[in-house]
Design a protein around this ligand. Structure first.
Ligand code: ADP
Length: 560
């Protein structure tokens, strides 16, 4: 930016008004005209004196409009002809006519050049005026907006990237991964040249001097946004948008949304405009909300487990007590001399019967859990994916990842447990995020696809959902144990997620599998049978679960 009025012109005004010096020069043209006319008309000098009208024109043009220049040129031409007629009316020879012709040509050409110059100057004035107005508008917006705006000099950064390219680096993502501290070093080359008041407010800074200069002091050590900004520059993108962190003047860590417009013509990297919106408060509110939700879920689970164990204990007490009594009786019969084998065997029979009863009680309780978690609802899996994307918005942002969906348009609904399938998707997406973070992947898009499986199973169409990440994929050693309960490679993992996922999918009549994508990363894929088309007669409404059922949020138990 930084436009100003053009040289010798007043933006928005007429260039012909001229400055005082030009006006004085213009006034000089009047005596000069008179002098040239007198010398040309009343002396015997045999030369093209009238050519000096060119000087008149040049002097006068400094303060004249376009039309004025044309008039003066016409006037000078007329005076030259008049002098010629007056001084040569008796001896009109060829050389005199030629001299007059030369003078008229000079006046004409000079007039034409001055008019052209005048037009160019007028154009320049208009352009400068527009530029000045645009600059003013930009400045007003920059200063008055409530959005934090920064002007930053990226030239040292682009030079460093160019040097890297010249050094033979072609894959920046791989370079960043191999040199962990590099992106911060390069980020430190960004220099802030201007900020608006909203920025001072955002950072809690006392004045601009505190903010201007190297950006480094406001960058946290491990902000994942910097490598992404550098990647955007490297790929020649004209903008970057993402989530980042900033350290305020008082040391607070702010979470912000960042928007950077890079110049698309390759120049102007000395004044890159960066817009920032503070979302720290929003994040905190969301965190508190999630914590409250988690606390509620924990409490509900604890209550459920409490109620469940009380009911199991109650039901099992009787057969277990009977088993103990029968076992004691059995021992007594066996210790007799001689032992009463027949009666002891009867006691053992009773123990077996009671043991079986206890097993049935356990079985029924598990069945109850599975049935309840399955709750037969009609579900559009695309909608479920959208819901999960919203539920995990914060986790995705924290991992600097995006969830990309790819839905086929003609996917039928499925029937199953909404909560259960939602939990499956949450597990798979969360695992993908962990995998990408562990691999230090620079590109962090999770692709969730919902379409129709090309293969029917037992004559039933299947809906397929796949979750693809950009982590390291599944290694051969883990592949066979991945779905086993308690198998985990993560220090803080429990190894129950995938086991529960498979059990839930299977309880809906589907299958869950995994393979590695040819371009890297793991693809977890499950299929669920499509719901049968609705009958033409109105079907009874799907019974909603008993509101008091405390078992609903529990994960289903695997049947095998
Ligand atoms: P946890 O996440 O608690 O470890 P899970 O059952 O969800 O339990 O996952 C079991 C293991 O499977 C993980 O520890 C990890 O080794 C592997 N795994 C799961 N998802 C992925 C994935 N997307 N990419 C690579 N490995 C994965």
């Amino acid at each position: 930016m930084g436009a100003s009025g053009g040289a010798g012109v007043v933006p928005g005004g007429s260039p012909m008004a001229g400055r005082p010096t030009e006006r004085r020069l213009g006034i000089l043209a009047i005596p000069l005209t008179f002098a040239v006319f007198v010398v040309d008309t009343f002396t015997d000098i045999e030369s093209a004196i009238a050519v000096l009208y060119v000087l008149v024109l040049l002097l006068a043009a400094t303060m004249l409009s376009r039309r004025g220049i044309l008039r003066v040129a016409a006037g000078c031409g007329s005076l030259a002809v008049l002098s010629f007629l007056l001084s040569h009316r008796h001896d009109m020879d060829l050389s005199a006519v030629l001299r007059c012709g030369v003078s008229l040509s000079a006046i004409l050409i000079t007039g034409a050049l001055l008019v052209r110059d005048h037009d160019s100057r007028a154009l320049l004035v208009r352009a400068n005026g527009a530029l000045a107005r645009s600059e003013k508008r930009y400045r007003a917006m920059f200063e008055q907006t409530r959005v934090s705006l920064w002007e930053q000099d990226f030239t040292a950064v682009t030079a460093a990237l160019d040097a890297l390219r010249a050094g033979g680096v072609t894959d920046l993502a791989a370079h960043v991964q191999a040199h962990p501290g590099w992106s911060r070093e390069i980020g430190a080359l960004i220099v802030t040249t201007n900020v608006n008041d909203a920025t001072l407010e955002l950072l809690g800074a006392a004045g601009r001097a505190q903010v201007l200069g190297p950006l480094e002091r406001f960058l946290p050590e491990d902000d994942p946004a910097m490598p992404q900004v550098l990647l955007a520059l490297w790929e020649g993108r004209d903008r970057f948008e993402g989530r980042a962190q900033l350290i305020a003047a008082d040391g607070r860590v702010l979470t912000v949304l960042l928007g950077i417009s890079f110049p698309d013509d390759g120049i102007g990297f000395d004044q890159v405009v960066v817009g920032i919106v503070d979302i720290t408060q929003r994040e905190r509110t969301q965190e508190a909300l999630l914590a409250a939700q988690a606390e509620l879920a924990r409490a509900a689970r604890a209550a459920t487990l409490g109620a469940l164990s009380a009911s199991i204990a109650h039901e099992l007490n009787q057969p277990l007590g009977a088993i103990v009594l029968n076992a004691q009786a059995c021992l007594r019969w066996l210790r007799r001399d001689p032992p009463d084998i027949d009666t002891a065997a009867k006691a053992v029979d009773r123990m077996i019967r009671d043991g079986k009863r206890a097993a049935e009680i356990v079985q029924r309780t598990r069945g109850m859990l599975v049935k309840d978690a399955r709750r037969d609802e009609t579900i559009d899996l695309r909608q479920l994916v959208e819901e999960v994307a919203q539920l995990l918005e914060r986790e995705l942002a924290a991992a600097a990842a995006v969830l990309v969906t790819d839905f086929a348009s003609d996917v039928p609904p499925v029937r199953g447990s909404r909560v259960g399938l939602q939990q499956v998707l949450i597990n798979l997406v969360t695992n993908g995020l962990h995998a990408m973070a562990e691999a230090g992947s620079l590109r962090r898009d999770l692709i969730v696809t919902v379409d129709n499986s090309p293969e029917d199973i037992q004559g039933m169409a299947q809906v397929r959902v796949s979750v693809r990440d950009r982590g390291r994929g599944i290694d051969e050693g883990s592949r066979t144990r991945l779905f086993d309960p308690f198998f985990t490679t993560r220090p803080d993992g429990m190894g129950m997620g995938l086991a529960i996922c498979r059990s839930t999918v299977e309880s809906c009549g589907g299958t869950l599998s995994v393979h590695n994508h040819p371009e890297g990363g793991a693809v977890f894929e499950f299929t669920i049978p499509a719901a049968a088309p609705a009958p033409s007669t109105p079907s009874p409404p799907i019974p909603s679960p008993a509101p008091s059922s405390p078992i609903a949020p529990l994960a289903p138990v695997r049947e095998d």
